[in-house]
Design a protein around this ligand. Structure first.
Ligand code: FES
Length: 512
């Protein structure tokens, strides 16, 4: 596995190109973020005659949307028993209806627009290999059936992995996310709306109608939707106290065996997820899992290796042409936040926190946002509401997540490396530079890049991510390239770059 991380979804599609915003503009609805939420919502609103501008900090459909497993399913682990326990059956019903409708909506969009995006129906399975979890699986089957989902209990999987039992949802689906969404971006333009790339929003003015871009241009809008994955606006809302981020990994393998169909995920840790994908070069099996909090934990390269080992234990692996990782926003109660940003901001909306189940939840979010903006109400607004009440269990999560942030903030400030040591080409590490903590990376050409490792979001200290060669924040998941550019928010400003240390060769203690 010597190849660098590369997403199959991105590698197999041409990236469309859209201009950078170079003037002040006014639109009906401004959407921050050109991922699946931004593009789906832009498509649905512009179809209704709403004048939309999508503002993407980098390139559309490249971040989480370009690094997903792209399962189109209403089966999100054992979510329905969880919602019933934390809330009630009415809330579970809203969630089921929203996500089942999203599957059908995607199928309709594919058909009516004749989009070739490898959309195929599949059954989806959550399985357990532990007798202790059997009751939970059976309970999920029962609740899902009560909610109108075609669910059943099975004792064997088509894929032959030994299990104690599984819940199967029928008529779910999978697709190629970029092949689905790139044509929708074209439709947005055809509908008279606009997409701007390399247009980072850095501020929301207090009037809550005006956005300021990094290049200093103003976008004014009647309504604003924050669909930037992690909300890039801190106040109001204080979403950074309610969302943490997790990274997870995918390896795409070619195997001797033919895949029998189906999408699979286990109910235990570590997570193992499977689906296939037909490509021009033959079939790929996507093996996913290995989630951990961003910026926390061991050398990230071990996660890819664990998935490779897993693939070898179940298949005759002939090649591993792709591997990639992604980042997801996790909420306190595992349900997304979609709707009005706060109770006091009637013109500001948000969609975030899909907890690794972003395909159907994004399209459901687009429908919720379209209905809230055009009709003032949605049949699913309660379950998605960012203002829904916090259960006791969620309160416990709130306390432990924020304690974790405080710990990371303090721990990072108090530790300096005992010695800088040597740095090999392609290696990054935390060093002491002029008495302060800094991050050094020696690239393959021998050029040294040193950045201030203080996160520009709220000041936590960044950790090196060896698998993706990035600086990752353990507090709210911002990520930066080794040159200091923002890779993922909520941070919107780059790291301070120490340009006085462009030393060629090995980094030795005495150089500092
Ligand atoms: Fe919040 Fe880094 S992402 S401090």
């Amino acid at each position: 596995m010597n190849n660098a991380p590369q997403s199959y979804w991105i590698d197999s599609t041409m990236s469309p190109s859209f201009p950078t915003l170079t003037e002040d503009v006014h639109v009906d609805v401004a959407i921050i973020g050109g991922g699946i939420v931004g593009i789906s919502t832009g498509y649905m609103l512009s179809k209704q005659g709403v004048n939309v501008a999508i503002l993407e900090a980098d390139r559309i459909l490249h971040a989480t949307t370009g690094h997903t497993t792209a399962k189109v399913t209403s089966q999100h682990g054992l979510i329905y028993s969880k919602i019933k326990k934390q809330f009630n059956m009415e809330m579970a019903k809203q969630y089921a209806d929203a996500n089942e409708t999203a599957i059908r909506e995607i199928a309709v969009i594919v058909q009516t627009n004749d989009i070739a995006c490898d959309f195929v129906h599949q059954d989806a399975y959550v399985y357990t290999q532990q007798t202790d979890n059997l009751e939970k699986i059976k309970e999920e089957v029962e609740i899902a059936n009560e909610l109108g989902i075609k669910a059943s209990f099975v004792e064997e999987l088509p894929i032959g992995i030994p299990i104690k039992g599984a819940v199967r949802f029928e008529n779910q689906a999978q697709f190629h996310p970029r092949k689905f969404l790139i044509p929708l971006a074209d439709k947005i333009i055809a509908n008279g709306s606009k997409i701007y790339e390399q247009t980072r929003v850095v501020r929301l003015e207090e009037d809550e109608h005006t956005l300021l871009t990094e290049q200093g241009h103003k976008v004014t809008a009647d309504k604003i939707i924050i669909a930037s994955h992690y909300p890039c606006i801190n106040k109001p809302g204080f979403y950074f106290t309610r969302i943490h981020t997790e990274r997870s990994y995918v390896v795409a393998v070619r195997t001797k065996e033919k895949y029998p169909g189906g999408m699979y995920i286990n109910a235990e840790d570590p997570t193992r997820s499977l689906r296939n994908q037909q490509t021009e070069e033959g079939e790929l099996i996507l093996v996913g899992g290995e989630n951990h909090k961003t910026g926390q934990g061991e050398d990230t390269r071990v996660h890819y290796q664990a998935l490779v080992d897993y693939a070898h234990s179940h298949f005759t692996v002939e090649d591993i042409p792709y591997r990639w990782s992604t980042q997801d926003c996790m909420t306190l109660d595992d349900l997304p936040y979609v709707g009005q940003f706060t109770a006091n901001s009637p013109h500001l909306y948000v969609a975030t926190g899909f907890g690794k189940w972003g395909m159907t939840n994004s399209v459901a979010s687009a429908m919720v946002l379209r209905d809230l903006i055009i009709d003032g109400k949605s049949p699913w607004q309660e379950v998605y509401s960012p203002a829904r009440k916090t259960s006791l269990q969620s309160m416990g999560t709130f306390i432990s997540q924020n304690a974790n942030v405080a710990k990371e903030l303090l721990a990072g400030k108090m530790t300096l490396p005992s010695s800088n040591g040597e740095l090999q080409r392609g290696e990054g590490k935390v060093i002491e530079y002029k008495g302060k903590r800094a991050g050094a990376f020696l690239d393959q050409q021998g050029k040294l890049h040193v950045v201030d490792t203080t996160c520009t979001h709220m000041g936590c200290e960044l950790q090196w991510n060896a698998a993706e060669t990035s600086w990752d924040c353990p507090c709210h998941g911002s990520r930066f390239s080794y040159t200091g550019d923002v890779v993922e928010g909520p941070a919107v400003r780059p790291l301070r770059f120490h340009d006085d240390v462009n030393t060629v060769g090995k980094l030795l203690t005495e150089q500092f």
